[in-house]
Design a binder for this molecule. Structure first.
Ligand SMILES: C[S@@+](CC[C@H](N)C(=O)[O-])C[C@H]1O[C@@H](n2cnc3c(N)ncnc32)[C@H](O)[C@@H]1O
Length: 396
């Protein structure tokens, strides 16, 4: 049994600690029901999405200063403004289009995009749809929009499932990284699946014979790389990602999907020196690598293998519109326009704007690690944010 390193983290308050204990109890019951162990992906699923309990299903703050992490739309309204203009480029080429945001978090990005499109007279005819797995976040999105953009609330519709024959723009920012991943170890005698067991009051990790679908996934990675992974190499694979992508492709009759996330090509993801994988945990703005604590009150997330997403899109007859870093996307999308009146801003506003732009674009911040993959269907001009710095060839 292995125990990941436990770092010194802030102590949860009593209410959060009690909530986490309920989630842990729920997971202990699932492990018991399953005969003593569950896969890591199932464990991660319960931690994030157990009904009424999981990190995304229950009511903790999550985003922003009072939460556990920040995302691009929470850092700066520039992200939404620039993305809105990219949406407009696509929307004007379509008849009766809409925007569909998957996993809308706090609702801030939706509000920003809608306000920018309203200001430029480019609101989509069929409105702005949101599909989020979390009922709690749906409520929060509605109250955020009611406060921040009340005049546009009637343009927003919450969906329970992907629509059929969708025409327009699909947006998913940091959704793929929230899909549960399987953890595996390449042993000399085969592929081991990492499973979660109870261990006293806590949890531990054990190795188990990998099921066929995990063996197939790792073998297809090895076939792609043209060689076996080194012995004792440990990493993650998101077995749900190809189907998630296929579902998005199935919904998109014509239009573009912008998929933003931290991630990289499959070659880099499974590079020999990256044993250990890409899973990270976030609690009160501390990033660490122990998923076996703070159940339901910390975020569990893994980098995205964008080769898998691009391949699934192509398999489903979509085109790759582009694959660029977040910095390139924002610069290609017209970031410099926001400097035009920089000298006229107050010193405070200048400092704030500089700090936001640095966070969004510097390589050591979100600029390089975050990417945008654009996938499209139909005879459309590619969005201008993909014009420079396209890295699609790195995905092959
Ligand atoms: C890391 S948060 C990102 C939130 C927001 N997009 C942002 O950038 O601030 C992940 C979001 O995806 C949602 N989510 C996760 N899996 C989902 C799925 N399969 N379908 C729809 N929403 C999902 C979560 O409820 C949450 O709103």
């Amino acid at each position: 049994m292995q125990h990941p390193q436990t770092l010194s983290l802030p102590k949860p308050d009593a209410e959060s600690a009690a909530h986490s204990e309920c989630v842990a109890e729920f997971i202990r019951d699932r492990i018991h029901d399953a005969g003593g162990q569950i896969s890591f992906a199932e464990y991660m699923h319960h931690c994030l999405y157990a009904p009424g309990l999981g990190y995304y299903s229950a009511g903790s703050a999550k985003f922003g200063g009072a939460g556990d992490f920040v995302t691009a739309p929470e850092i700066s309204s520039l992200f939404g403004t620039i993305l809105a203009r990219q949406c407009a480029e696509v929307l004007t080429q379509l008849e009766a289009p809409a925007i569909l945001e998957i996993g809308a978090g706090s609702g801030r990005l939706a509000a920003g995009i809608l306000k920018e499109l309203a200001d430029s007279g480019a609101l989509p005819e069929q409105g702005y749809k949101i599909l989020d797995i979390s009922a709690d976040l749906r409520e929060r999105q509605e109250s955020f929009l009611r406060r921040d953009a009340p005049e546009l609330l009637n343009r927003v519709e919450w969906l329970d499932a992907l629509p059929e024959g969708f025409s327009g723009v699909v947006i998913a920012n940091e959704v793929l990284d929230a899909l549960p991943v399987e953890r595996f170890i390449r042993r000399e005698q085969g592929i081991a699946q990492v499973c979660v067991v109870t261990d006293g009051d806590g949890f531990g990790l054990v190795e188990s014979k990998a099921p066929g679908m995990l063996v197939a996934a790792v073998e297809s990675i090895e076939a792609f790389l043209g060689q076996s992974l080194p012995n004792d190499y440990a990493s993650e694979v998101c077995v749900a990602a190809p189907q998630w992508t296929a579902d998005i492709c199935g919904t998109l009759r014509d239009g573009v999907a912008f998929l933003f996330d931290y991630g990289t090509s499959r070659r880099e993801y499974f590079a020999a020196d990256r044993s250990g994988g890409w899973l990270r945990c976030h609690f009160r703005h501390h990033a660490h690598d122990n998923p076996l604590i703070l159940q339901g009150i910390q975020d569990l997330t893994s980098w995205v293998d964008f080769t898998t997403i691009a391949a699934a899109a192509v398999d489903n007859a979509l085109d790759i519109a582009g694959f660029v870093t977040q910095a390139r996307f924002l610069i290609g999308g017209g970031l410099d326009k926001y400097f035009a009146d920089f000298a006229e801003l107050s010193t405070d506003a200048q400092l704030r704007l500089s700090a936001e732009i640095k966070l969004l674009t510097l390589p050591a911040e979100m600029g390089e690690n975050f990417k945008c993959l654009g996938i499209s269907r139909g005879n459309l001009r590619p969005p201008s944010a993909f014009e420079f710095g396209d890295r699609t060839t790195t995905l092959g």
